[in-house]
Design a protein around this ligand. Sequence first.
Ligand SMILES: Cc1ncc(COP(=O)(O)O)c(C=O)c1O
Length: 415
Amino acid sequence: MSLLSSPFTPPPRLLMGPGPITCDPRVLQAMSNQLIGQYDPSMTACMNETMALYRDVFVTENRWTFMVDATARGGIEAAMISVLKPGDRVLVPIMGRFGHLLKEIAERCGAEVSVLDVPWGEVADPEKVIAAIKRVKPDLVALVQGDTSTTMCQPLKEIGNFCRAEGILSYCDATASIGGNTFLTDEWGIDIVSAGLQKCLGGPSGIAPITISPEATRRIRARHHVEAGIRTQAHQNGKGERIRSNYFDLAMIMDYWSEERLNHHTEATSMLFAARECARLLLSEGRDEVVERHRINGAALAAGLSAMGLRLYGNQQHRMNNVVGVYIPDGVDGERVRRYMLEDFGIEIGTSFGPLVGVIWRIGTMGYNARKGAVLPTLACLEQALRLEGVSVPAGAAVAAAMASYADAGAQSDE
Ligand SMILES: Cc1ncc(COP(=O)(O)O)c(C=O)c1O
């Protein structure tokens, strides 16, 4: 078959893994708009509107709330490389794969990294984190709110506020959790938060919303020097340590998003349209309402899985609303079940990382797929896929339990 004969047409899929998830069609529609020029007033207006919308998504007054044109990992890297100087001390509580990622990125920035290891399936006890902060005296505490590798959601309020009171910067990766779990940037005293669209915000990956507190902004900008509209690295004036990336230099990206519009990169316009639409959809539904929708759908999925006789993974009191880990039953080939789900039913569920490979599946109910019409078919099809693997599953129990869970949630909201 000639590659030239037809464009790529992806098969229809329901993406029920830990992200990316099925994109909201309204976001795809926003992305299909024609491009406009970088300095067209309608483009700069769109950038300003997107900044304002994400202040509401992050629940912050931070002026510097904008987009890094990269996947969520690029947002993390931009935050770290713009703040950290070689030799700075960083503390990372590690409760899963993405804590390891923060450690690795901080090390590449030349920081001395201390970690607080947490058993997988648990969160870090804020008191223990605070004790570690007192011991390590870090310049930056780097945290993950929702670590999709373990499905756990880290409590942040005490840690963030302690750092703020002590003048220590805090960073949080909220890629997998923002939208589906409460995140209060200012109230929790978090200095820098970065995210992605492809989880609870219902968009594609490829752009990283970020918000930066005034103090973090001051420290980032102190590494630069602007004269006659030309930005130079502060180190050239003997004033500081250069930010060791051009692309991820947040001070330069801020200039691009400022009224001065100093050129840095060419804005990823279609991704900007997506980001704006994701935030608009979330905020028009209501921030708390969207969190509650994720909670209800996650609870229904968990109820359905339990009713099938499957065991849920991790401390359920700290589970993210939007992803459930579930043990693969003994003797079952987890990958074969995932293949049945994909090939027979067009549904993708997630595998796992590191020590959990072959031990759990991860099933997401997030963004556009935090809805009954995605959760119930997933449970019904998983029941059949398990039967194909020879597991005896009570017929119809999963869907019935999920429907009962939805009914309970409905009854509670009517009270
Ligand atoms: C918590 C967390 N952080 C960061 C990332 C990296 O995101 P991206 O693949 O968009 O770079 C992910 C992706 O799964 C994630 O779950």
